[in-house]
Design a protein around this ligand. Structure first.
Ligand code: GCO
Length: 442
């Protein structure tokens, strides 16, 4: 496999999953602090209150990245650190942390790639309706401005949102994630306000950042396959593609909401204001994609909610600790997105695997399966570049084990093992493999 010499090889994390220090230096409460405190929401009863204590250990963690040899790092900015009440007064101490982190990265010749929203909405905004209320879209633009004014001279890659589908549906339709609603119409309205917030933030970032800054967004992408060759399942897979992918990508690409899904969502469709689609379709420099697994989809005629589909396990596929493995789905997704949407560039903003990692007698963490997973997906990325996809970088999820949302600390996605009792970081074999792989690409 040979990637372009200027290809970015990175790792990814997010603020709530690694930082801890949830009440330090003026940080306001987030919806994840509130959600995790509710009994039964998090599998192991944990939260991101301490996580990897990255807020205090960021220099050590940048040292891990130097040892890995990565030349890029995707991380997110905790909105409640910057605007504790979601808008209005900027908390300079919150920005100071990211200022120091960015300078540490630049000193190490690691390109900072910032995600503005990776799910930790200020609780104060949720108390005023959260993503279900249009004012939150405006507040997001204010947040983008505050961050860009402080860091815009040094950050060349900006993602406005991470996984809009999760923000909208896991948080508002099936109560799996914060803020924990089960209301499909609210989920579609939240999705719309997230898209509008993206479109309001892009021109603000263009205004406040260095002219060299590149701006995009990082959706998670489903690769839906019909469960059988029945027409009803093929149509179900198409609906699932609309539900997960096209509902977000079409408006971002200036096509508005897909008609087939608008009809499927009859009775649940969101309120849209004049001009919204022009706002949402702000020109972008790239599209990120978070890809993990395929989705085998069957029609669900008894389904009570759109898109009236069921996800069916595929026993022929190997699994990680929590997902089915289908590496060609990465190639298929990249080439399809390039063909259907044609953004100027693309990044793999997340790809990785959780396995039941443990420290062996010899003190190492031997994760041969994760190495095989990464090797297989890197091959598909190389294949996509050969097929003409303008892929510019790959961020492995994750630099280190961290708080895996409703799964707490029960799923380890890191290249680095974290002993959460001592905060010791231990490179897994996959970290050494990644370092050697990157060296072969230099
Ligand atoms: C996501 C999020 C990450 C997860 C990772 C593993 O894709 O769900 O962006 O925060 O931790 O994907 O599930």
């Amino acid at each position: 496999m040979k990637f372009p010499s200027d290809f970015l090889w990175g790792v990814a994390t997010s603020s709530y999953q690694i930082e801890g220090a949830v009440a330090e230096d003026g940080r306001g409460e987030s919806i994840w602090d509130r959600f995790a405190a509710q009994p039964g929401k998090i599998k192991d009863g944990s939260s991101g209150a301490v996580a990897c204590d990255h807020y205090h250990r960021y220099r050590e963690d940048v040292g891990l990245m130097r040892e890995l040899g990565v030349n890029a790092y995707r991380f997110s900015i905790a909105w409640p650190r910057v605007l504790p009440k979601g808008f209005g007064r900027v908390n300079d101490a919150g920005l100071d942390f990211y200022d120091k982190l960015v300078d540490e990265l630049l000193k190490s010749k690691i390109t900072p790639a910032v995600t503005l929203y990776h799910w930790d909405l200020p609780q104060a905004l949720q108390d005023r309706g959260g993503w279900g209320h249009r004012d939150t879209a405006q507040a997001f633009a204010e947040f983008a401005q505050a961050v860009a004014r402080r860091l815009g001279d040094r950050i060349p890659i900006w993602f406005t949102h991470n996984e809009m589908w999760c923000t909208a549906f896991l948080g508002h339709a099936n109560d799996m994630y914060a803020p924990g609603y089960s209301n499909f119409a609210l989920a579609l309205q939240a999705a719309h306000h997230v898209l509008v917030s993206h479109g309001l933030a892009v021109p603000v970032l263009r205004e406040e950042c260095a002219k060299t800054a590149n701006i995009g967004i990082a959706p998670n992408i489903a690769y839906p396959l019909p469960a059988t060759d029945a027409l009803s399942d093929a149509e179900a897979a198409r609906r699932f593609d609309g539900f997960f992918n096209r509902w977000f990508l079409d408006p971002l690409a200036g096509k508005g909401y897909p008609q087939d899904m608008w009809e499927c969502y009859k009775g649940y469709t969101p309120h849209i204001e004049d001009g919204d689609f022009q706002i949402i379709a702000a020109p972008l420099d790239f599209l990120g994609i978070n890809y993990y697994n395929p989705d085998r989809i069957a029609d669900d005629p008894a389904g009570v909610l759109p898109p009236y589909t069921r996800q069916i396990p595929d026993p022929t596929l190997k699994r990680t600790a929590d997902r089915e493995i289908y590496a060609p789905g990465l190639y298929e997704s990249l080439t399809r997105l390039h063909r259907d949407y044609g953004f100027p560039a693309m990044y793999i903003t997340e790809n990785g695997a959780a396995y039941p990692d443990a420290v062996a007698e010899d003190g190492g963490v031997h994760d041969a399966e994760r190495i095989a997973f990464l090797q297989a997906h890197f091959e598909q990325a190389a294949r996509a570049i050969d097929a003409g996809v303008p892929l510019k970088g790959y961020f492995v999820w994750s630099l280190m084990d961290n708080f895996e949302w409703s799964q707490g600390y029960t799923l380890r996605y890191g290249l680095t093992y974290v002993d959460f009792a001592t905060q010791q970081r231990i490179f897994k074999d996959s970290a050494r493999w990644y370092r050697e792989f990157i060296e072969t690409q230099r």
